[in-house]
Design a protein around this ligand. Structure first.
Ligand code: BGC
Length: 580
């Protein structure tokens, strides 16, 4: 049992399901002191991040909704995966029409998830375990229930309160901006009968966009940032950050004004705090995504949106070239910048930045049924996307963990959890974490309804896929991923090194060198579903080097390096330390 006392002497947390405390194997490599903030200013370069949703991770009080106390009781599980950071989806007061990205109060915890003390307790326990914590800074928009919007719609035109949001008497402004949630929203403008004007929103119509031309809004946003940094969070994910400003005749994305404000945010962060990090969510073309790093003076990290769908293209086409070309085109970033790599997350797998042909292919390959699609994306989890084939899933994880950047693992994917495409919007990939084969998969003790139904099909249901079962099977996905993460932790080349692709003849095998300081690691990955033999020619300066496995990750077979010739089993990958 984990004993955690809040400042006011809160009773000890109860562990929900019988789940043996497994010790601290993965906790040896710590980049952070127990007190909270990291010691190394570049800690985020070595981060392996676990993305978790308080609502669906663990319910401590039997009301069917996950909460902070539940999450806190499970942090040792998270740490034992070997990750050293967590990213929490929004947990602020919200009507939950967009799962918390519709914020009604920036400085309050939604009561369904617990109290501010529960949050503090969770943060302290995460830090004690050596986990840095990312939270969300959702500043592009608020909920229409936010007091700022309620005041704005009543305030006289031209007043500072009115100007908190973007109003117009006509819906004809900013015609060049695309509608992002085009399945449900016909326009970026919605009429408000109280204000007697249209308000601007890039996402749902219940999420009005804040007006960043108003200096009071910018100051209010900086205050929200300080509020959470003062609590001790280590990183902030900047949601929907490409859309902050609007200008006529533009797409209203990635505008210079947005970048100027990001520099202001960064300056404020660096002026007051040490070793805190900004992570940009900007789903854009490669060169445009890179702009979110600025000259090292905007965001420290940005999601590698350009790479993500190309990883899936490469896997299904059994062809390494989409990976090679996109990594080359996003290669040059400032020395302090870092990509956040991901396979899946809480949203649809977005393919909006692909070409029409690539998009058609992705839909055909990964979303054959219309209900698997949403907007310009695919609402499925990792395991179903990869036909629940353990070798393919591990291959995908091996790429996630070895390409340049800091990997982000979406909760449940470490178990190969399934999805439920019958649920609304993106809820099908946000179902409860599966802990046991028991009631509600161990997520909640309630006999009443759950915040989201647990997956219950024959293949992916809680009875089949759960932490308990995988803990006791060393060949489970959970253990295999743990071993892979532990292998990654042996070398800083993965988080900090350069990448150099090797020509191996035939496009089905991906081979690259990662180098950092005096270390070199060779990665070879067979994307084919057939065994492949190919030639791996190391650069001349590495001729005669010995190759020592860092991890044995393939399904079967051994790596044979006969001269330059390598034989790989289907979907096999190898990480090899190159020593001279
Ligand atoms: C979040 C989505 C959300 C949208 C609008 C995105 O960037 O990831 O889940 O629906 O912002 O807030």
């Amino acid at each position: 049992m984990t004993h955690l006392l809040s400042g006011r002497g809160r009773p000890a947390l109860q562990r929900l399901a019988a789940h043996p405390s497994p010790g601290r194997r993965g906790a040896r490599r710590r980049t952070a002191p127990a007190a909270g903030s990291a010691i190394d200013p570049l800690w985020y370069k070595d981060a392996v991040i676990y993305q978790v949703h308080v609502r669906t991770f663990c319910d401590s009080n039997g009301d069917g909704i996950g909460d902070f106390r539940g999450l806190t009781s499970r942090l040792d599980y998270v740490r034992r995966l070997g990750v050293n950071a967590i990213w929490l989806l929004p947990f602020y007061e919200s009507p939950l029409k967009d799962d918390g990205y519709d914020i009604a109060h920036y400085e309050r915890i939604d009561a369904r998830y617990g109290t501010m003390d529960d949050f503090r307790c969770c943060l302290a326990e995460a830090h004690r375990l050596g986990l840095q914590v990312f939270t969300e800074l959702v500043i592009n928009h608020t909920s229409d229930q936010h007091p700022w919007f309620q005041a704005s719609r009543l305030a006289p035109e031209g007043s500072p309160k009115r100007d908190y949001y973007v109003w117009s008497v006509t819906p004809d402004r900013y015609r060049d901006a695309r509608v992002i949630f085009n399945d449900v929203e016909p326009s970026n403008w919605t009429w408000d009968p109280i204000a007697k004007a249209y308000y601007w929103h890039r996402f749902f119509s219940h999420q009005p966009d804040l007006n960043f031309d108003n200096p009071k809004v910018r100051r209010a946003v900086l205050k929200v940032m300080r509020f959470w940094l003062d609590k001790g969070v280590d990183g902030l994910r900047l949601d929907a950050v490409a859309h902050l400003y609007e200008r006529e005749g533009t797409s209203c994305e990635n505008l210079p004004e947005t970048h100027a404000f990001l520099r202001e945010i960064r300056t404020e962060m660096d002026r007051r705090y040490t070793h805190r990090v900004l992570l940009a969510e900007a789903d854009q073309a490669p060169a445009v995504t890179c702009e979110y790093f600025g000259q090292g003076d905007e965001c420290h990290m940005a999601f590698q949106f350009p790479l993500m769908p190309r990883l899936f293209l490469a896997l299904k086409r059994e062809d390494a070239s989409p990976i090679v070309s996109i990594v080359r085109s996003t290669g040059e970033i400032p020395p302090t910048a870092q990509w956040a790599l991901f396979l899946r997350n809480h949203d649809e797998l977005t393919i909006s930045a692909l070409t029409d042909d690539e998009r058609r292919l992705m839909f055909a390959l990964y979303a054959p049924e219309p209900r698997m699609r949403l907007n310009l994306g695919i609402r499925r989890r990792l395991a179903p996307l990869l036909d629940n084939d353990p070798a393919r899933i591990m291959l995908a994880f091996s790429l996630l963990l070895s390409l340049p950047g800091s990997p982000v693992i979406y909760y449940g994917d470490e178990l190969a959890m399934g999805d439920n495409v019958g649920l609304n919007d993106r809820d099908g990939v946000r179902t409860p974490m599966q802990w046991t084969a028991g009631l509600n998969a161990g997520f909640s003790e309630t006999v009443g309804p759950l915040t989201q139904p647990v997956i219950d099909d024959a293949v992916f249901g809680g009875a089949e896929v759960n932490v308990d079962a995988q803990e006791s099977d060393q060949q489970s996905m959970l253990w295999r991923l743990r071993r892979l993460i532990a292998a990654r932790a042996q070398s800083q080349v993965f988080g900090r090194g350069t990448i150099e692709f090797l020509t191996v003849g035939g496009g089905e095998v991906l081979a690259f060198l990662r180098r950092y300081q005096r270390e070199t690691v060779l990665v070879v990955a067979n994307l084919s579903l057939q065994p492949r033999t190919c030639e791996v020619r190391l650069p001349t300066e590495l001729a005669g080097a010995s190759l020592r496995p860092l991890v044995a990750g393939g399904e079967a077979g051994t790596l044979t390096l006969d001269g330059d010739v390598v034989t790989l089993a289907p979907s096999e990958f190898r990480w090899l330390r190159v020593s001279q």
